[in-house]
Design a protein around this ligand. Structure first.
Ligand code: SF4
Length: 65
């Protein structure tokens, strides 16, 4: 799995950070998403897919390697 995020679309809602804190963080100044790892371990992939669906701004994209 490969993750990309669109910081410009992110509205800082923070669901992704709550769902998968090992993968997503938020910028302390802007509140926008910060991607911690673009290729998560397999055991986090389901949570990342769920976070992608839950993002209100469609700011997270996952693709297969
Ligand atoms: S869930 Fe979407 S809008 Fe909210 S912080 Fe994460 S990327 Fe940004």
């Amino acid at each position: 799995m490969h993750i990309t995020v669109d910081e410009q679309s992110c509205v800082g809602a923070g669901q992704c950070v709550l769902s998968v804190p090992d993968v997503f963080d938020q910028d302390e100044m802007t509140g926008r998403v910060v991607l911690l790892q673009g290729r998560p371990p397999a055991d986090l992939e389901d949570d990342v897919v769920e976070a992608t669906r839950a993002c209100p701004a469609q700011a997270i994209t996952v693709t297969d390697d």
